[in-house]
Design a protein around this ligand. Structure first.
Ligand SMILES: [Zn+2]
Length: 257
């Protein structure tokens, strides 16, 4: 029976059997893992409260026949500042869902781990909407799905003045090339520039950004549609994002269980 140590961030958790939980985490060195937390739902379990979504932790993992077991969990950062605020929690929920959908199990992605940490920190410092958009853009790049914005996806020439966003073709389209994808969505110039910026921006640069709401909303929708198509997943995130953008955050359910 093998043992290994991990540092990771909890992406989601589900109930398993009577008292256990299945916990999906992004580990720094081993990629995405799904682990069993035995007895985590028992009232006095030491595991339960330590494996909440967003928590950064260190743990010992015991190799099992099918699924590995997580034990000896030490919380490194519970991210309490995210939990206290609906808007921040909603943005964090998007990050976790995107990560879960984008990555296959057990493929190391230390770069994505760093991005996720940086994005969760960004949310904690405010600017929740930009933080998840930055993360989505960088995650697409890190997983080989970087959209083409500097060059038009139809003709390959520089895309200055591109007006539309084509999900199947993979990015920006000139007005004259728009017929190549009749379903391409019109995108304001500011939103296109914002997307291009986010693909390579550092967290510090994102913090200094204050784009108009119109560009934020349009760029966010374009990114999510793109991510859904590339990762072949219907995300819950768009509904959450729409509420974030609209500022009408009545109820956001993280729906982790
Ligand atoms: Zn073109």
């Amino acid at each position: 029976m093998g043992l290994y140590k991990i540092e990771g961030v909890v992406l989601r958790r589900r109930n398993l059997g009577e008292a256990d939980r299945l916990v999906t985490v992004l580990s720094r060195d081993r990629g995405k893992l799904t682990l069993v937390a035995r007895g985590a739902r028992r009232p006095r379990s030491r595991l339960g409260g330590r494996l909440e979504p967003c928590t950064r932790f260190r743990a010992l993992v015991v190799e099992g026949r099918s699924l590995d077991l997580v034990s000896q969990v030490e919380v490194l950062d519970a991210r309490a500042t995210l939990r206290d605020d609906l808007e921040r929690m909603a943005a964090a929920t998007i990050l976790l869902e995107l990560t879960d959908r984008a990555l296959a199990d057990r493929q190391p992605h230390p770069d994505v781990y760093q991005l996720l940490e940086a994005a969760l920190d960004l949310i904690g410092r405010g600017g929740a909407h930009l933080a998840w958009m930055w993360y989505a853009a960088r995650l697409l790049g890190a997983t080989g799905h970087r959209p083409s914005i500097v060059r038009c996806v139809a003709c390959g020439q520089r895309s200055s003045g591109a007006v539309a966003w084509s999900v199947p073709l993979g990015g920006a389209l000139h007005e004259r090339c728009r017929a190549r994808d009749p379903r391409a969505v019109a995108l304001p110039g500011g939103a296109m520039a914002l997307l291009a910026f986010l693909l390579d921006a550092s967290p510090a640069a994102v913090r200094r950004l204050t784009p108009p709401v119109r560009d934020l909303t349009a760029a966010g929708e374009a990114l999510l549609a793109y991510a859904e198509a590339r990762w072949e997943a219907r995300l819950r995130a768009p509904a959450v994002a729409a509420r974030l953008a609209g500022g009408a955050l009545a109820v956001v359910r993280a729906a982790q269980d």
